[in-house]
Design a protein around this ligand. Sequence first.
Ligand SMILES: NC(=O)c1ccc[n+]([C@@H]2O[C@H](COP(=O)([O-])OP(=O)(O)OC[C@H]3O[C@@H](n4cnc5c(N)ncnc54)[C@H](OP(=O)(O)O)[C@@H]3O)[C@@H](O)[C@H]2O)c1
Length: 241
Amino acid sequence: MNAFDFRGKTVLVTGGSTGIGNASARGFLAAGARVIVTGTRASAADYAGSDGDLAGLEYHRLDQGDAAAVAAFDPGVDRLDVLVVAGAKVAYRRAEFEIETFADVLATNLTGPMQLATKFRARLQGGSIIFIGSVASFRGTIGQPAYSASKGGLLTLTKTLAQAFGGEGIRVNLIAPGLVRSKMTAVTWTVPERLAATEAQVPLRRIGEPDDIAGAVLFLASPLAGYITGTSLIIDGGLSA
Ligand SMILES: NC(=O)c1ccc[n+]([C@@H]2O[C@H](COP(=O)([O-])OP(=O)(O)OC[C@H]3O[C@@H](n4cnc5c(N)ncnc54)[C@H](OP(=O)(O)O)[C@@H]3O)[C@@H](O)[C@H]2O)c1
């Protein structure tokens, strides 16, 4: 048996337009799945020139922080085998200390994932949910109180939903990436001195690529991870070791 054969499976990846979500979506597509992705732009064509490759993926626009939009979201599936929640936002320049921004980031990064998990619960029986957390799920990030709180919340949400959904055969896990090259983190890796300083601290001496995370997403969704639920996997090149 090839555990990474996803033919006949249906996968939804929120935040699958670019970066880690897109790499994960492409991994599932290559493994034979039907893959639906969401992003914030009006159409797939709006990602031309971005790091996202939407060829072969079904695209829907979704603002995960808009409860009415999540409630109305219809990806056109009766059944889902895998739900990957990679959609998230961060606000820089101390904006997350403003309470409106704090609430907005929490809505997108924590309430939205909860709403998606409950919305698709009935269609996910026997399937798997993978939340993309962060190393910020485990520690503070001095300039991003909302991002860190949301990712920390996602960690205990993972454990709670694993308990609550386990009887339906739904596994719920979290992946906690370190610094990965994407448009969200361009503020760090596009500045050579910052990139070099970060790489010097990483035991593997490089920042992560979206594909470094996608492999673990496929593993957690596969039968090889059939007894893994309620857990988290840090993927940071050893930085937090
Ligand atoms: N890169 C890192 O170092 C790192 C580290 C730890 C955790 N993460 C997590 O990894 C996940 C993917 O991020 P990434 O690094 O791959 O960055 P990215 O390329 O910017 O991807 C973020 C994704 O979230 C979508 N998104 C933004 N706002 C949204 C909203 N309000 N509702 C729904 N979706 C929204 C984006 O859509 P558009 O493409 O339309 O903007 C995009 O698809 C996030 O959960 C992030 O927190 C990243």
